[in-house]
Design a protein around this ligand. Sequence first.
Ligand SMILES: [Zn+2]
Ligand SMILES: [Zn+2]
Length: 104
Amino acid sequence: MTYEELLELGETVGTQSRGLSQEQISLLPISKYKRGFFSRRKSRDERCVICQMEYKRGDRRMTLPCNHMYHAGCGAKWLCINKACPICYTEVFVDASKRVKSNH
Ligand SMILES: [Zn+2]
Ligand SMILES: [Zn+2]
C-alpha cells in the first residue's frame, strides 16, 4: 500500500476514528534502529511494510505489542487510521494506565 493510498483510506474512513489517539500512539515504545550483529541475512524485519523502505541506521522505530516494528512516523500515521497491525492484524491495545500520572 502506498502512502497516497493510505491517506485515501484515511479519508474514506472519515473522522469517525477507528484508530488510536495521538496520546495512545505516543505511549508505544520507540527505539533507534541499528543493524544488529546477527542480521547478515536480510529478513522482512529489515524494512518497514508501510513505506516499503529499508531501515537506516538511526531511524526511529515503533514497536507494537505484537512485536512488529515500523518507522515511528509511519506507524503513527497508520495507527491514526487503523489500530490493527498491518502485518498480523492484531489490534493494538495501549494501556493508558502506564502513563505517568501527574494529577496530584
Ligand atoms: Zn516506514
Ligand atoms: Zn503485528
